[in-house]
Design a binder for this molecule. Structure first.
Ligand code: PRT
Ligand code: ZN
Length: 287
């Protein structure tokens, strides 16, 4: 029987939707019905397992799944020896130390001898040990942010994205010790050449989807006399495509611009007299 690659995806939570979206954008068709435990893609040898994120690294180690998508925090905390195949960039957050407003914090050394509530004793322990700081960890799996109020911890170490949860609980973020994004992880040895091949095909598609999402396709009209400055500004993949317009002295330019430089480029093009700037997303992009 032909082999399938098994991917473990968080059943319901912060990672679920975006994980499935990336795979959909790879042209892989499936139902993404969160009520089932597993399902098979109809046009690619991929099987989905919908599980709790905490279970994903262990399932991969044990061969229940071949690859999976989890927060890097979860992967590092469990310290299971797998391979990080791709950084998917979403679900960005940081692991931070936070203290009650009146805690006199001057640096990690202020935590010496304190009780710190966290779900990340392994990551935190490593960082404190590096600095020679000893503290007591109060291991909790949820509602870490209420522990100082109820008197069971002096400080906390938890994931933060907007900081709203900390503020709501009268806590002050004093130190970000670690940053995380969603990563695709897998066993170091898939155990079969066929699975390795399926994984390579999937990775190729993921790379194209990821590259596309970090670029925009840009079209605009420009006085021809400023054309020589455009290549310098946009620095596209190759030189931009230029088409002559009916109106003399004007050209139409098409190019690809990195998302993070887009507004800079936009302003510089405007300053050169560009008109009718049209920006569209790119669905897939290969090298
Ligand atoms: O049920 P299951 O076990 O599958 O899910 P879960 O509840 O364990 O995980 P989930 O869905 O909450 O988070 C999955 C992953 O999302 C985490 O492992 C992180 O990699 C990533 N992520 C990104 C976050 C956050 N941002 C985040 N803000 N995970 C948790 N939070 C929590 C944080 O713990 C705190 O309680 O959100 C609160 C803080 O948010 P702000 O915006 O108020 O700062
Ligand atoms: Zn979890």
């Amino acid at each position: 029987m032909a082999e399938v690659l098994r991917i473990a995806i968080q059943k319901s939570g912060r990672l679920s939707e975006k994980s499935l979206e990336i795979i959909k954008n790879c042209g892989i068709k499936f139902g993404s019905d969160a009520r089932v435990l597993k399902e098979r893609a109809s046009n690619f040898p991929l099987e989905f397992l919908y599980v709790r994120d905490d279970d994903i690294p262990g399932y991969i180690r044990d061969g229940v799944a071949d690859i999976g998508i989890v927060g890097r925090n979860e992967y590092d905390e469990q310290a299971i020896d797998l391979e990080v195949l791709r950084d998917l960039g979403f679900a960005k957050c940081r692991l931070s130390i936070a203290v009650p407003i009146d805690f006199p914090y001057t640096g990690l050394a202020s935590l010496e001898g304190k009780r710190i509530a966290t779900s990340y004793p392994h990551i935190l322990g490593g960082i404190l040990a590096e600095q020679g700081i000893r503290a007591t960890f109060i291991q909790v799996s949820g509602s870490v942010e209420v522990t100082p109020q109820v008197g069971i911890a002096d400080a906390i170490c938890d994931l933060v994205s907007t900081g709203a949860t900390l503020a709501m609980n009268g806590l002050r973020e004093v130190e970000a010790i670690y940053t995380s994004t969603a990563v695709m992880i897998g066993r170091k040895n898939m155990g079969s050449e066929e699975k390795e091949n399926i994984l390579s095909r999937l990775e190729l598609r993921i790379d194209a989807v990821m590259r596309a999402s970090s670029y925009k396709y840009v079209l605009f009209n420009l006085p021809e006399e400023h054309l020589d400055q455009v290549a310098r500004i946009v620095g596209g993949m190759k030189s931009p495509t230029v088409t002559r317009l009916m109106e003399t002295g004007w050209v139409s330019v098409q190019t690809v611009v990195a998302e993070d430089t887009f507004w800079d480029v936009f302003e510089q093009l405007k300053a050169l007299g560009a008109q009718g700037i049209l920006v569209t997303p790119i669905e897939k992009m290969t090298e």
